[in-house]
Ligand binder design. Structure first.
Ligand SMILES: Cc1cc2nc3c(=O)[nH]c(=O)nc-3n(C[C@H](O)[C@H](O)[C@H](O)COP(=O)(O)OP(=O)(O)OC[C@H]3O[C@@H](n4cnc5c(N)ncnc54)[C@H](O)[C@@H]3O)c2cc1C
Length: 682
């Protein structure tokens, strides 16, 4: 047998990346424009990226080696420079937001932008806006949102902080009556924020408790940043696995702190000068701020998953492992079925969540316009939808980042791979803005209410809001559930219908369970997922229809990704599909095998464009900050370069040698010599 040619494993990486790019059949720029919502948005991003890339402060090369305090100080310096650049270049809000996202850093000012400012806008009274909006908007003050307490998070009704109205001075007095009433986990409160929006129980002069309301409170002096009298404030310490180290989650206690009456957020509910309470027109009007944050979490999930997919697909394209082929090359890791089956569905979810985010934010904007004229009709449905979507995208996003990291083997565990950081920073999204398991319950409550209406009256179907359209299937005039055959998996409409039937039957079964009947402990999670997946599947079908706006080859490839999304959703729903009898074992072979083979076929169809599709996300090497995700594929050189920066490598002999390593070795050597002597005497 002729000897196989020797391959330079390092040089081969660039060869493999170039070869993968040259296989791309899509127009990367067109798909990029599609993902960013038009060429204009992409051009803006490019223009801002050039500015940001030139800033030495924004360099990420050394951040993995910094301790917590230095990470926080670095983040503050970055924020200061970003706002300076905003003024220098006269950036609009949109430009500032884009530049901020391009930083790809955890910074405390994010809480001001994402939580503090929207609540101010949505719930500030005209008086509060007149007095403070300019300061808020111009960042003359820095805000945070103080809801969670040491003793309560989910159960907002049991928060203990009080705000008591004193008519004599027209002031509220804020008080933390117990250790467990201490505000806790509050982003930017530890060391940064000057002001906060405090959720506290409103107590009227007659002692009546009106439940939690929002109050605007100054926390630190604008002269020297010291906490104001009566306020004890600090940082709650390091987070799990060193995550979000640059952000100062904080605690605060209030000892009879007075604020003016006008500092209550009273756009909807109000306390009069005399101390009477004016009810809001709808109990859930104040949900607006939180709904906005939840809506933005959908595209964020998409772009976060996109980063994980880009890094892992690039690395597994150039990483070779296995038996040599005739050319002397090992197999590209991405080509193993167990690898592409893990990674390509992640790529498909990134595309879907990015598009879904666009839809949701548009729908929310429409609802907010109606809210402005006090029309709350869309509110309950939007609330339930956003709860479901928030849970779905964050739960899936967390799984996807970790799956992508593991697909890269041992090097994936290096901090220089970048996915460990991405994971740990994304992880709390399952808990904040509503714990995912708690939100599931709200999705199910809303669905059962509508289901009962549909089951009791045929006219209710006509009034079903779009996200609950799947319940139409329960109407007496609806067709019977479809028969699943091998062709089902090749027809978008059939797969969507199947996922809708799954949700409808599961909700119906649950709704019809007698009050005395037992339900399993996981029922809310299963139902909420089925409900949300039915909605998302219908949206994906729309996305496929709208692909006619793209050139045909781009539409074909992105369409494959969307179908892959639908099929992997159906695959993960198999247990439910079997439980509700939509798929049956007929004795003629495995009824799920056709689906699994269709998933594989779609993966193979997407594969030649895997690199092109990840390039379409438009991430620079600076943003990904990953030695394994470099766009030229030269991963070993990038990893080697990073390792040279490791501070421990500055000393040839570690300072730990003399005091600790040497004495241990010397004791061991002496003991071994002693034993040798004893042996030689025997
Ligand atoms: C990184 C990070 C940043 C944060 N930033 C902020 C911030 O800026 N401002 C702020 O106010 N808060 C913030 N939080 C707090 C966050 O909003 C709360 O952690 C969250 O609301 C959950 O509350 P909890 O931690 O008290 O958990 P708990 O409510 O005690 O929940 C504990 C467990 O009980 C379960 N559980 C609780 N109630 C129910 C129920 N009714 N049904 C079923 N299961 C239930 C939950 O699923 C969970 O598993 C932050 C948290 C984190 C981790």
């Amino acid at each position: 047998m002729a000897p196989r040619p020797r391959v330079d494993v390092n040089q081969q990486t660039a060869v493999d990346m170039n070869a993968a790019r040259s296989q791309t059949s899509i127009n990367v720029q067109t798909v990029k424009n599609y993902l960013y919502g038009g060429q204009k948005a992409w051009d803006l991003r490019q223009r801002l990226e050039k500015i940001i890339a030139q800033e030495p402060l924004f360099d990420k090369q050394h951040r993995d080696f910094l301790g917590r305090t230095d990470q926080y100080i670095r983040a503050a310096a970055i924020t200061n420079r970003l706002t300076e650049l905003q003024r220098m270049h006269g950036w609009s809000q949109e430009e500032y937001r884009t530049a901020s996202s391009l930083l790809s850093e955890v910074v405390s000012i994010a809480l001001h932008d994402a939580a503090f400012q929207p609540v101010f806008l949505g719930q500030g009274s005209p008086a509060l806006m007149d007095n403070y909006w300019d300061l808020v908007h111009e960042k003359g003050i820095q805000g945070c949102y103080l809801q969670t307490e040491l003793g309560h998070g989910t159960n907002v009704a049991r928060l203990e902080t009080t705000s008591t109205y004193i008519p004599e001075t027209q002031e509220f007095e804020l008080n933390s009556p117990s250790l467990t009433s201490t505000k806790w986990w509050i982003g930017a409160l530890g060391k940064s924020a000057t002001h906060g929006i405090v959720q506290a129980k409103l107590i009227l002069p007659d002692g009546k408790d009106m439940g939690p309301h929002l109050f605007f409170v100054q926390l630190r002096s604008l002269e020297d940043h010291k906490p104001l009298r009566g306020i004890a404030v600090g940082d709650i310490g390091p987070k799990a696995s060193g995550g979000m180290a640059a952000q100062d989650q904080g605690f605060a206690r209030f000892d009879h702190v007075r604020i003016p009456r006008t500092n209550m957020f009273s756009k909807f509910a109000e306390v009069t000068i005399e101390g009477s309470y004016i009810q809001p027109p709808h109990a859930k009007l104040s949900y607006g701020g939180m709904m906005y944050i939840r809506a933005t979490m959908i595209p964020t999930a998409g772009w976060t998953i996109a980063k994980a997919a880009t890094v892992a697909i690039r690395y597994t394209t150039v990483r070779r492992q296995g038996e040599l082929d005739a050319k002397g090359l090992e197999r590209q890791v991405l080509t193993y079925p167990s690898t592409y089956y893990r990674l390509l569905p992640i790529l498909s979810r990134a595309f879907v969540f990015i598009e879904l985010g666009r839809y949701t934010i548009k729908a929310l904007t429409q609802m907010q316009e109606r809210l402005a004229s006090r029309d709350t009709s869309l509110l309950p449905e939007m609330h339930a939808l956003l709860c479901g979507l928030k849970v779905f995208v964050t739960t899936q996003g967390i799984i996807d980042i970790e799956t992508a990291r593991r697909s890269m083997g041992g090097h994936g565990y290096s901090a220089f791979a970048g996915l460990g950081r991405l994971y740990i920073e994304y992880l709390p999204s399952a808990t904040f803005e509503g714990d995912n398991f708690v939100l599931d319950g709200q999705v199910v409550r809303a669905a059962t209410k509508l289901c009962k209406a549909v089951l009791s009256s045929t006219s209710a179907v006509a009034k079903l809001p779009l996200p609950s359209a799947y319940l139409r299937l329960l109407s007496t005039t609806s067709e019977a559930p479809p028969q699943v055959t091998s062709s089902t998996w090749h027809d978008v409409h059939s797969v969507v219908l199947l996922l809708e039937w799954r949700a409808a039957l599961m909700v119906k079964n649950f709704t019809q369970t007698p009050a005395s009947g037992d339900v399993d402990a996981n029922v809310n999670q299963r139902l909420a997922r089925a409900i949300t997946e039915a909605f998302v599947a219908a949206q994906v079908s729309e996305m496929i229809n709208n692909l006619t706006n793209l050139p045909s080859e781009d539409a074909r490839v992105v369409g494959c990704l969307y179908r892959l999304y639908l099929l992997t959703s159906a695959e993960s729903a198999l247990v439910d599909l079997l439980s509700v009898g939509l798929i049956r074992h007929t004795g003629a072979g495995d009824p799920t095998q056709d689906l699994r083979l269709a998933v594989k076929a779609l993966c193979l169809e997407v594969m030649p464009n895997a690199i092109g599709l990840t390039d379409a996300f438009g991430f620079s090497d600076r943003i990904l900050d990953s030695a394994l995700g470099v766009s030229d594929g030269r991963v070993y050189e990038a990893l080697w370069k990073r390792v040279q920066m490791e501070p421990m490598n500055k000393d040839e002999v570690t300072p730990a040698y003399a005091p600790y390593i040497r004495p241990m070795l010397q004791r061991g050597q002496a003991a071994a010599q002693q034993k040798m002597k004893l042996k030689s005497r025997l």
